[in-house]
Design a protein around this ligand. Structure first.
Ligand code: C5P
Length: 208
């Protein structure tokens, strides 16, 4: 069974995707991590994330970079959002994601374009969203726990800028795919959101 989970940053899609993978016993790929690795590699190379050539060169990042804790930072998230607008970068990461999605037994992938581009044939599709204040509050808590000093206003502004870039880019913009179920997690606890996601997947997917 292939499960596609799309949505904006800090919507809860990562937590939900991980829980779905555990529940249905299939592997999980956080595709945002691949774009974050490209963004981080551009930075390490001292190159320009807005230049298509520089960003494409960074897609050959070493596998060990995927374990770099710096990938989770806001700064790397911003770089990821900038390198991800280049069609050449998206193309370079496509095969890896499709191979993961199509492995025997199925998989859960979360990202921005899983149900629209990577796996439009997915058995279940979720579009996970939440209000900007709810997402900013979660991100703020996460960052405060890590000792990062940032205000909620700064986070809200950053989220809004990334949403704008992800939704309005020409190539694979963030949008709810046809047939995808909408799950708004603004007022839901993680447990309630996960239970709702499992129910939505079960209602969509036809057992094989
Ligand atoms: O999900 P996450 O916040 O880790 O993603 C970082 C950035 O990578 C996003 O803002 C988006 O621009 C990009 N991305 C993408 N397509 C995906 C996953 C992430 O363009 N499938």
């Amino acid at each position: 069974m292939i499960i596609a989970v799309d949505g904006p940053t800090a919507s809860g899609k990562g937590t939900i995707a991980k829980a779905l993978a555990a529940h249905f016993g299939v592997p999980h790929l956080d595709t945002g991590l691949l774009y974050r690795a490209v963004g981080r590699q551009v930075f390490l190379d001292g190159r320009n994330p807005d230049d298509g050539g520089d960003a494409l060169a960074a897609t050959s990042f070493p596998e060990s970079l995927l374990d770099d804790p710096e990938l989770r930072s806001e700064a790397t998230g911003g770089l990821a959002s900038r390198v991800s607008v280049h069609p050449s970068v998206r193309k370079a990461l496509l095969e890896r994601q499709q191979t993961f999605a199509n492995q025997p037994g199925g998989a859960v992938l979360d990202g921005r374009d899983i149900a629209t581009v990577i796996a439009p044939h997915a058995d279940a599709k979720l579009f996970v969203t939440a209000s900007v204040p709810a997402r900013a509050q979660r991100r703020w808590l996460e960052m405060s726990r890590r000792g990062e000093n940032v205000t909620r206003e700064e986070i809200e502004a950053d989220l809004a800028a990334r949403d704008e870039r992800d939704r309005n880019r020409a190539e694979a913009p963030l949008r709810q795919a046809e047939g995808a179920a909408l799950l708004d997690t603004s007022d839901l606890s993680p447990e309630t959101a996960i239970a709702a996601a499992i129910a939505l997947v079960e209602s969509q997917a036809v057992p094989r």
